[in-house]
Design a protein around this ligand. Structure first.
Ligand code: GAR
Length: 197
């Protein structure tokens, strides 16, 4: 199960491998927090069911989170992948799926969490950034780290050029981590987290 908000390059990478039995799992559905995004087109073209749960259609965040939880639960997912999902999931969602939600983030956490990881890393002036795949908890990009990959910052990089280079590395890392989780399971014990043998 994949949650998206944007262009869907990470989703596309997962869809490119999910028909291969060696990958070990399938994307059973894609849920977005807004209509009209490229990621939804990518899902539809792959024949994967989609749903949209927009915050603006609900009275408050808790009601939106409850609706998101019910929408995702219909798919009975073993694993929920936040692939460019730009909203924080709440208590209801964590109560139902906690311990089996992973997120990909375009910075080397715990540095530069939040919605502007690439921009914030550039503004700080780091010479190396990268991407992180984490287990989602109640914090903002604060859960246990499963994998990271470094990407050098080049002279003249702007947010767009650096993010594009990070995304190339990120999609490979995400496919690798998700594949290992669906094949071997995810064991979470507090902040200790590991992918099964
Ligand atoms: C990815 O780089 C992902 O790490 C980032 O949004 C991009 C989505 O790209 N997510 C965050 O910044 C979450 N804090 P995509 O829609 O092409 O997969």
């Amino acid at each position: 199960m994949v949650l998206v908000s944007g262009t869907g390059s990470n989703l596309a990478a997962l869809l490119a491998v999910h028909d291969d039995p060696a990958f070990g799992g399938r994307v059973v559905g894609v849920v977005a927090d807004r209509p009209g995004i490229a990621a939804l087109d990518i899902a539809r073209e792959a024949g994967v069911p989609t749903a949209v749960v927009s915050l603006k259609d609900f009275d408050d965040r808790a009601a939106w989170d409850a609706a998101l939880t019910e929408t995702v639960a219909v798919f009975s997912p073993d694993l929920v992948v936040l692939a460019g999902f730009m909203k924080l999931v709440g208590a209801s969602f964590l109560g139902r799926f906690g311990g089996r939600i992973v997120n990909t983030h375009p910075a080397l956490l715990p540095s530069f969490p939040g919605a502007h990881g690439v921009r914030d890393a550039l503004a700080y002036g780091v010479k190396v950034s990268g991407c992180s795949v984490i287990v989602v908890d109640e914090g903002v990009d604060a859960g246990p780290i499963l994998a990271q990959e470094a990407v050098p910052v080049l002279d003249g990089d702007d947010e767009g050029t650096l993010h594009e280079r990070i995304k190339v590395v990120e999609r490979t890392l995400l496919v690798d981590v998700v594949g290992r989780i669906v094949r071997h399971g995810l064991v979470v014990e507090g902040r200790t987290v590991r992918i099964g043998a």
